[in-house]
Ligand binder design. Structure first.
Ligand SMILES: Nc1nc2c(ncn2[C@@H]2O[C@H](COP(=O)(O)OP(=O)(O)OP(=O)(O)O)[C@@H](O)[C@H]2O)c(=O)[nH]1
Ligand SMILES: *[C@@H]1O[C@H](CO)[C@@H](O)[C@H](O)[C@H]1NC(C)=O
Ligand SMILES: *[C@@H]1O[C@H](CO)[C@@H](O)[C@H](O)[C@H]1NC(C)=O
Length: 442
């Protein structure tokens, strides 16, 4: 995890936000749901819980700012299982937190905030798993930029006693300084994914120790809010890592079509790789995608993910030098009788230059400025991952979530685990343990 944020929080300004009239009535106009309910009540007698919001109550969430794209994808899986638990009792819909202001997304000159999920993922595919909407749709249909209840998730101030793990959740005073502040109308202002006009009506802190679904009773019973946001959602653990629900959600996270197409065209043009020849057919409907392990062959190239930057600044023992990595790459090319190597990396320019000298034949996806602007750093990460996922053999970087997501993608495509769960070793590493094989549960 990076130790420092690039930039920091933008000044919170009320300029541009619609003028609100303070007073008791303004609260009522906040939520269209509430309005519809009240209007209905005044016209004729309807049950207390009349159908209100188009799809149900809204669950929103956000993650600690320094966390990267791929860890955030993992948090989505956890929240999806919470949503599935809620759906057993009530109608809820998940509002996808817009992407932006990620520490690693440092490409200059392009504005990377308020990015909808559809730029990176296929929304219809996500919707086959749980009901999801983009934040803009939430704004349009919930009656305004208001979130009724915000729970900031945190640990327990007293920590937890060794050997006595128990799942628990309690309302507690906030431990860290709140990242929300009250404006003159007593609304809470905060980051809200770069949507300055968004306000929270109430913020409180929940100390939590447990898996995602531990929050369900609070959402179902303790609050009557129609829109609830869980901030710092990474504090929740997986309900069941590697289980069927986990994999259903993971499988539903199909990359956006336009990015897959870019990756496929690159494979064909530079790596002689096509789905027919490589036996990597992809079904648009992921629920129909069930490939027997070992049937995918993959394109005639070695796929490499070389995570650098903060991974080497920390002088980690499990990350190789460039020379060490190239030595391993050459030996793999030899063993697997491959001539081409595709390299995905976040290395700085100097390192890239060195890498080019050491490994002149390497192939990379090098975007033009226009492509960068179009796909953004997140889209380029997806394209790199997609190409690595289709290689005959893949080797990644130790404990990088970027590499982990490639493992999963290859698992979905049906590769032999021997070709997937591989990582580089550090030169001084004594015990170079290889990544764990997580088998899909259908
Ligand atoms: N295009 C591209 N981007 C990369 C690559 N490796 C890292 N990145 C970028 O660097 C970011 C950091 O990696 P992430 O894995 O998302 O960050 P993280 O969640 O903190 O996880 P770690 O890799 O475990 O640090 C990614 O989101 C990408 O934007 C790569 O091979 N290709
Ligand atoms: C939720 O409500 C129950 C029952 O009223 C109460 O015991 C519990 O403390 C509440 N939990 C939180 C986190 O507010
Ligand atoms: C804010 O939420 C907390 C937790 O649900 C609740 O105890 C409190 O009464 C709420 N405050 C207001 C003003 O609604």
């Amino acid at each position: 995890m990076p130790s420092q944020l690039s930039g920091g929080f933008p000044a919170l300004s009320a300029a541009g936000a619609p003028q609100l009239h303070p007073g008791p009535l303004s609260l009522l106009s906040l939520s269209a749901c509430l309005c519809i309910q009240l209007a209905a009540l005044s016209l004729r007698d309807v049950p207390h819980r009349a159908p209100c919001c188009p799809q149900g109550e809204y669950l929103l969430y956000d993650v600690n700012p320094p966390e990267g794209f791929n860890l955030r994808r993992d948090v989505y899986v956890r929240i999806a299982s919470l949503l599935k638990t809620l759906l057993k009792s009530e109608n809820w819909v998940l509002v996808l937190p817009p992407w932006g202001r990620l520490y690693h997304w440092q490409s200059p000159d392009i504005l990377q905030v308020r990015i909808p999920w559809s730029e990176f993922f296929d929304l219809p595919s996500l919707n086959r798993n749980i009901p999801v909407i983009e934040y803009e749709q939430f704004l349009a249909e919930s009656g305004g930029p208001f979130i009724e209840q915000i729970y900031v998730l945190q640990g327990y101030a007293e920590g937890w006693k060794e050997g006595t793990w128990e799942e628990k959740i309690d309302e507690r005073p906030c431990i860290d300084q709140l990242m929300y502040s009250k404006d003159k109308h007593e609304y809470y202002r905060g980051w809200f994914w770069g949507y300055e006009e968004t306000r929270g009506l109430n913020v409180s802190c929940l100390s939590v120790q447990g898996s995602a679904s531990i929050v369900a009773p609070i959402l179902l019973k303790n609050t009557s809010a129609q829109s609830v946001m869980l901030d710092r959602a990474e504090n929740l653990l997986h309900d069941h890592y590697g289980g069927k629900d986990y994999w259903n959600t993971r499988r539903s996270m199909v990359f956006a079509k336009h990015l897959r197409v870019v990756g496929d065209e690159f494979r064909k043009k530079y790596l002689q790789s096509t789905d027919e020849a490589d036996r990597t057919h992809y079904k648009e409907d992921w629920t129909q995608m069930k490939v027997k392990m070992g049937t995918a062959l993959g394109g005639p190239y070695l796929g490499v993910h070389l995570r650098r930057k903060d991974f080497i600044w920390g002088h980690r023992e499990d990350v190789p030098s460039l020379q060490g990595a190239v030595k391993k790459i050459r030996s793999l090319l030899d063993v697997h009788k491959l001539e081409k190597v595709f390299v995905a990396t976040d290395a700085v320019e100097e390192e890239i230059e060195l890498l080019k000298k050491l490994l002149p034949e390497m192939v990379r996806f090098e975007p033009s400025w226009e492509e960068l602007e179009l796909y953004k750093d997140g889209g380029l990460a997806v394209i790199d991952q997609w190409i690595c996922a289709h290689a005959r053999y893949f080797i990644g970087t130790s404990v990088s979530t970027f590499s982990f997501r490639i493992h999963e993608e290859r698992e979905i495509l049906g590769f032999d685990p021997k070709t997937t769960y591989n990582r580089f070793c550090g030169e001084k590493e004594k015990n170079c343990e290889q990544p764990t094989h997580w088998k899909i549960v259908y």
